[in-house]
Design a protein around this ligand. Structure first.
Ligand SMILES: CC(=O)SCCNC(=O)CCNC(=O)[C@H](O)C(C)(C)COP(=O)(O)OP(=O)(O)OC[C@H]1O[C@@H](n2cnc3c(N)ncnc32)[C@H](O)[C@@H]1OP(=O)(O)O
Ligand SMILES: N[C@@H](CO)C(=O)O
Length: 284
């Protein structure tokens, strides 16, 4: 049986931190709760999940921790144990001084999660609300688990970070290395079959569709994975390989294979990474 210990004095402190943070945080949490109520009214069968995950939780952070923990828990590391660990990462990255983002892979995990939810609602025509993305989108859920595993990786807990990676891969069918650095406002749409390697960097505002590989060429060791600038879109089943730099606002077409640097605002398609346009038009 799962075990979730909640220390009420800690929760009061978390609540205080939560409310003194950017108002956008409160806005997302309020919207998640409102959306949760509506879900239960429309579909009472969802009650157990929605109450446990959102409506019975005191803060956005607690809800996020519960959600991720409930997905990756199994008989050997229990839900309550994951829950505590995830809360440790969320609280640590929310502390003064750690909160500010200083490049991909840094800053508050829960602020990054909020930005991810905004990105999904903004860019995915199939997503009606923050609640929908939070409850149902494994691309969002798996990315939040990676954010926690990245924190563990940076805090000398690599074994646990790798265990998390392995569980996320089993549960969500997406393999995101704990050392990879993700910015904020990232949308991993569908999530299925996405693989991101150890030395990859995905800057703020990027979109990865299903089947995307940010991988190595298989010919070198060390720093061997792509670096995506801000707002890059990588279409479904595209492979971006090698330690290459993809400039801000580039688009990589579905099914493309890209193995060379791209200047900002470039669109490429096909297995040779053919440049087709330098305009960025659609949201996706
Ligand atoms: C359930 C779901 O919906 S999953 C969603 C999956 N969707 C994706 O992954 C979207 C990825 N987006 C794409 O691949 C888009 O086609 C983009 C971003 C490449 C389009 O970029 P644009 O600059 O608008 O290109 P545009 O549509 O004008 O096409 C330019 C040329 O590239 C070709 N082209 C466009 N996309 C691709 C592609 N993925 N592969 C090969 N050729 C392509 C076009 O046929 C056209 O060829 P032509 O010049 O010979 O006529
Ligand atoms: N989620 C995107 C791509 O599948 C859409 O619905 O268009």
């Amino acid at each position: 049986m799962s075990r979730t210990r909640i220390d009420l004095s800690k929760v009061a402190m978390e609540r205080a931190t939560s409310t003194t943070r950017a108002s956008s945080g409160d806005e997302i949490w309020a919207s998640l709760r409102q959306g949760g109520q509506e879900l239960v009214e429309k579909e009472p069968l969802m009650g157990g999940f929605v109450y446990a995950t959102i409506l019975n939780q005191p803060t956005f952070e607690r809800a996020l921790a519960f959600l991720v923990a409930s997905k990756i828990a199994n008989a050997t590391i229990l839900q309550g144990q994951w829950n505590d660990l995830i809360m440790e990462a969320l609280n640590a990255t929310n502390e003064e001084g750690n909160r500010v983002q200083n490049g991909p892979g840094t800053g508050s995990i829960s602020e990054a999660a909020r930005e991810d939810l905004k990105a999904i609602v903004e860019r995915d025509p199939a997503c009606p609300s923050y609640t929908h993305a939070f409850c149902f989108f494994k691309g969002f859920q798996g990315l939040q688990a990676q954010r926690v595993s990245h924190w563990l990786w940076g805090h000398h807990r690599k074994v646990l970070a790798c265990k998390m990676q392995s569980l996320v891969s089993e549960v969500f069918n997406m393999d995101l290395h704990p050392a990879a650095k993700f910015g904020r406002g990232i949308m991993i749409d569908h999530g299925h079959g996405v693989v991101v390697g150890e030395t990859a960097v995905v800057d703020d505002g990027c979109t990865l569709l299903h089947g995307v590989t940010l991988g190595g060429t298989g010919k070198v060791r060390g720093d061997r994975h792509p670096k995506l600038g801000k707002r890059v879109v990588v279409g479904s089943n595209a492979s971006v390989l090698g330690n290459i730099t993809v400039g801000h606002d580039c688009k990589i077409g579905a099914g493309a294979a890209l193995m060379h640097d791209l200047p900002p605002n470039t669109t490429v398609v096909g297995h040779k990474g053919r440049v087709v346009t330098k305009k960025t038009m659609s949201k996706l």
